[in-house]
Design a binder for this molecule. Structure first.
Ligand code: PLP
Length: 404
């Protein structure tokens, strides 16, 4: 129980606690901002934010201009909470083409980004106190999102050699209280792309456990980086491998539109009670207060399902940094997609290592921010000039800490 004095403070104790626990992250950003003010943005190598440096594809501007010049009557009004039929049909066609699974507009809800889709999904499925398995290292918002809807999270480490899910460890973590598992490929923060073998093994294990427990365990597949796969590979489509799967994604990364808040969720048509799940998701999209995904963006992305930013640009950046860092002695699992590295911290204390890097104007996020102390994250979705100018600073840092 809280004491009266605490209870009468202005904001909720839970939110206050969350702010206090993450205050060190804010402090690091403030220190980074001070460095930028002192040395100028071109002389500070800011690898902290997953904010794409590239611009949306040309087709985006073309469609935007066309829409402004020839507006449809009523195009800014309220709509069905699931989103426009035309957009959902276009998204469903794209999923069907890439997965071979017959999906239709009834299986799609347009949302305010992947963050919106994750919250809608968790609200739809969670009873109070139920568990969501998350795979370490993880996107930290998962913990807050599960908590938003009365759930708790259970952390299960991925295989540290590959950052692929550890199926036996996930199986050991499943109980009667497990309602969902969140997977994320290509992964933030590791850049790992889950293989078809991993997804096959996960799907089989989940089918067996669901049979044993007599329950539905949803796999929430968070895929905003799905079109950013390297070396000519593509991300294996989750619906082929996992029956009770909900795909959540957005166009924040593949069309470089994170500020426009446009994404969707899609249910595998073979999911248990799929019609009821969809009805629940449309209801939750409404009562969470989003009401629907932004109208203008829905009309645009309906036309852009086969477009993507230039993946080769990210691949080139990965290669330059990967070769440089491994050459200096950093231990890095080579990412198969996305725009992050998650190297081992050469110092036991990852927060201290990040501070050492700051001295060379290199801004990083400690692994502790992803539930994985002993590592650090590099977001390389920055301009090529920053990567190139940072290379000598990495060398000095490596020398300073006795690595090279
Ligand atoms: N999931 C992961 C793994 C992310 O990295 C992000 C954003 O960085 C999101 C979800 C949220 O994306 P959105 O901008 O679509 O809400």
């Amino acid at each position: 129980m809280f004491n009266i004095e605490e209870q009468t403070m202005s904001i909720s104790l839970k939110v206050r606690g969350a702010i206090e626990r993450s205050s060190w992250i804010r402090r690091m950003f403030e220190e980074g901002a001070a460095l930028i003010a002192e040395y100028g943005a071109e002389n500070v190598y800011d690898f902290t934010l997953g904010n794409p440096s590239v611009e949306p594809p040309a087709a985006f501007r073309r469609e935007l201009r066309r829409m402004a010049e020839k507006p449809d009557l009523g195009m800014h009004r309220y709509m069905n909470n699931a989103g426009y039929e035309e957009t959902r049909a276009s998204v469903a066609r794209h999923i069907e083409e890439t997965s071979g699974i017959p999906v239709n507009s009834k299986h799609i809800v347009m949302t305010c980004g992947a963050g919106g889709a994750l919250n809608v999904t968790l609200k739809t499925i969670l009873n109070p106190g139920e568990e969501v398995i998350i795979l370490t290292p993880f996107f930290v918002e998962y913990k807050f999102y599960a908590d938003n809807h009365g759930g708790t999270t259970k952390e299960v480490w991925t295989n540290p050699e590959t950052f692929q899910p550890d199926i036996a460890a996930i199986e050991a973590a499943i109980t009667h209280n497990t309602r969902a598992i969140i997977i994320n490929s290509p992964n933030n923060p590791t850049g790992a792309v889950y293989s078809a073998e991993t997804l096959t093994a996960l799907g089989r294990m989940l089918d067996r456990k669901q049979g044993e427990l007599g329950s539905t365990i949803y796999t929430i597949s968070d895929e905003p980086y799905a079109r950013l796969a390297f070396d000519g590979n593509s991300v294996p489509p989750v619906f082929r491998y996992i029956r009770n799967a909900v795909l959540v994604t957005s166009h924040s990364k593949d069309l470089a539109l994170p500020g426009e808040r446009i994404g969707y969720l899609a249910a595998n048509p073979s999911m248990d009670d799929v019609a009821l799940f969809m009805e629940g998701a449309v209801f939750c999209n409404r009562v969470l207060g989003f009401v629907n995904a932004p109208a203008l963006m829905q009309r645009l992305v309906a036309k852009l399902q086969s477009e993507s930013v230039d993946v080769t640009e990210y691949q080139e950046k990965r290669d330059i940094l990967y070769n440089h860092l491994t050459g200096l002695g950093f231990e890095v699992v080579k990412p198969g997609g996305g725009f992050y590295f998650f190297p081992k911290s050469p110092m036991d204390d990852d927060v201290e290592f990040v501070r050492q890097a700051q001295k060379h104007n290199i801004l990083l996020v400690p692994g502790s921010g992803f539930g994985a102390p002993g590592y650090f994250r590099i977001a390389y979705c920055v301009e090529m000039g920053i990567i190139e100018r940072s290379l000598p600073a990495w060398e000095k840092l490596a020398k300073d800490i006795g690595l090279a």
